[in-house]
Design a protein around this ligand. Structure first.
Ligand SMILES: [Zn+2]
Length: 174
């Protein structure tokens, strides 16, 4: 049941507004840039007052940097642009459910809202493994929306890993 896997975990909003879809399409374009560089295809954009102010894509291999996730790249670019490490009122769109590191960075940035596409049962902490955003003991609360363009973004990830496995198998047979 592939479709079911793409649904966001219960308790999250699943309203795909046109606005959310358009911004997620921009994040999808960023994910394509990652794919072109041989990185796991994840992309992100930061939106302030309805305008994209920064973007980023996953590039830990190319940058030799375990923290170079799409969200971190986009948050860094946005913070530099605004000249403030806090990004109140900003929204982040990302093609894959955030991991613990990125969720932490979003809280430090006082991000207003995060919107993600595909769920990540392995490292996702916006409802899959756990939901850190719902923790009542944290003093900042980031609103979460999951499942926007989920099937498009998870298809890109699935195709990427299938291709990588096929290449690895081919090498083995040599
Ligand atoms: Zn991450």
């Amino acid at each position: 049941m592939v479709e079911e896997q793409n649904l966001p975990p219960q308790g999250q909003q699943n309203q795909q507004s046109l606005r959310d879809i358009q911004f997620m399409q921009a994040a999808y374009q960023q994910a394509l840039l990652a794919r072109n560089e041989g990185e796991v295809p994840v992309g992100a954009v930061v939106v302030k007052d309805g305008v994209i102010i920064a973007s980023g894509y996953n590039r830990p291999i190319g940058k030799h940097d375990p923290t170079a996730h799409a969200e971190i790249m986009a948050l860094r670019a946005a913070a530099e642009l605004i000249g403030n490490y806090r990004l109140p009122g900003c929204e982040l769109y990302v093609t894959l459910e955030p991991c613990m590191m990125c969720a932490g960075a979003m809280m430090h940035a006082r991000l207003a809202r995060v919107v993600f596409a595909a769920s990540d049962p392995k490292t996702g902490v916006a409802g899959s493994l756990l939901n850190v955003f719902e923790n009542g003991q944290l003093n900042h609360h980031t609103q979460v929306t999951g499942g926007v363009l989920a099937s498009e973004c998870s298809t890109m990830l699935r195709d990427f890993f299938a291709h990588r496995r096929a290449v690895a198998a081919q090498k083995k047979n040599w």
